[in-house]
Design a protein around this ligand. Structure first.
Ligand code: HEC
Length: 131
């Protein structure tokens, strides 16, 4: 009897976890500026956020680059992990000044973009993402 109960619990947990897959987020709480950022054109890959990613970050973080930078793309990190990158600015490149040309507004839009398209944000079974 006890064993059955455990099996049920595990099955239930599996269901709960499966339901966790989320549709692309539509807004983001920015802890640094304490503002709620509602995503619009600028946080898309076609907007300012995507452009900044390609010009200011992918200039180094491409596959097989000669700058010693690890390959990075949007899904290299989860949304919350990207938030931490920008809140704490812990990467060595940020400390070395590679981000210095970014204004606060640009940093926020770049963060929005990476948050919006971070790992596990796409769910084809969600009406918001299925097209
Ligand atoms: C001039 C080249 C250069 C530019 C531009 C650059 N980076 Fe980096 N980045 C590096 C290098 C080199 C490292 C590895 C540093 C180390 O660990 O010693 C790094 C490390 C990182 C890491 C840590 C690696 C990881 O897997 O967590 C992150 C995150 C990161 N960069 C994000 C960014 C973002 C976001 C931008 C754009 C705002 C950016 N970088 C722009 C060179 C660059």
């Amino acid at each position: 009897m006890k064993r059955n109960r455990v099996i049920w619990l595990v099955a239930l947990l599996g269901l709960v976890l499966a339901a966790e897959a989320e549709a692309s987020p539509v807004k983001r709480w920015d802890p640094a500026t304490k503002t709620c950022r509602v995503f619009d054109f600028d946080s898309g890959w076609w907007g300012t956020g995507g452009q900044l990613w390609r010009t200011k970050c992918k200039s180094c973080h491409t596959r097989d680059n000669d700058k010693g930078a690890p390959f990075l793309y949007m899904e290299s990190k989860s949304s919350t992990a990207w938030n931490r990158v920008f809140l704490e600015k812990y990467p060595q490149c940020a400390k070395d000044g590679a981000w210095d040309s970014l204004t606060l507004d640009e940093t926020l839009k770049l963060n929005d973009y990476l948050y919006r398209f971070g790992a596990n944000t796409y769910d084809a079974n969600d009406a918001n993402d299925c097209g």
